[in-house]
Design a protein around this ligand. Structure first.
Ligand SMILES: [Zn+2]
Ligand SMILES: [Zn+2]
Ligand SMILES: [Zn+2]
Length: 220
């Protein structure tokens, strides 16, 4: 057991030491870059950006220095960075210094990016098909409501909803005499039956409704 504890303590100590060493190297690297920033050339950039496993934290540090470092780099930055999707360290492409600064730990590796694009495309395609289907279904439903026998239509859930909405909008009163009893919802036009606008219907009490229909017949 003691041996095990010793081993564990050793492990902890070594890990701590390594961390310290790493930190010191990183600091030295950053200082060196600061000191030699005027000497930074394409070779340096190639070395750090194309061949080394420079971690994204160090790149972040380098980016904080306003050195000419990036000014002389070509448009395409390839950086070994962590892909947030597959969690692997992969060469990730950036198009500008700002791009690196804002997307360093956000950009996907080329494989994941291609997969994301493919899925997006697929979703858009499905969405298009489904919206067309939904539209066709809606038109079919309106036509069904519009051309069914009127008596049957009055029993549909759709008409019940239109009716309720019209009554509510009218304040549960006859639009002509203000009565609150025996209210009917009358179609002023059947043109939009099945997809009525609120203006297509009017709330009338039974009396006014009857007069209204008499008048209509007189005109006819
Ligand atoms: Zn990935
Ligand atoms: Zn009335
Ligand atoms: Zn009527």
């Amino acid at each position: 057991m003691d041996q095990l504890i010793n081993l564990f303590n050793n492990y902890e100590k070594k890990t701590e030491e390594l961390e310290q060493e790493k930190k010191a190297i990183k600091e030295k690297l950053i200082n060196d870059i600061k000191e030699h920033k005027d000497e930074i050339n394409q070779d340096f950039i190639d070395f750090y950006y194309y061949q080394t496993n420079l971690s994204s934290t160090i790149i972040e540090e380098i980016l904080k220095l306003s050195s000419p470092l990036f000014r002389c780099v070509s448009k395409d930055y390839k950086i070994l960075s962590h892909c947030p999707n597959c969690n692997k360290d992969k060469e990730i492409h950036f198009n500008s210094r700002t791009d690196i600064r804002t997307n360093l730990n956000k950009k996907l590796c080329p494989e994941c990016e291609a997969e994301r694009k493919r899925k997006n495309e697929e979703n858009r395609e499905y969405e298009k098909i489904w919206s067309e289907k939904r539209y066709a279904a809606r038109i079919a439903e309106i036509n069904r409501l519009k051309y069914m026998p009127y008596k049957e239509y009055l029993k549909t859930e759709h008409w019940q909803e239109v009716r309720k909405a019209a009554l509510k909008k009218a304040g549960y009163k006859c639009a002509l005499c203000g009565s609150t009893e025996h209210l009917n919802v009358h179609h002023r036009t059947y043109e939009n039956r099945g997809d009525e606008d609120i203006k297509d219907v009017i709330v009338l009490c039974q009396n006014c409704h009857a007069k209204f229909h008499d008048k209509l017949q007189e005109v006819e």
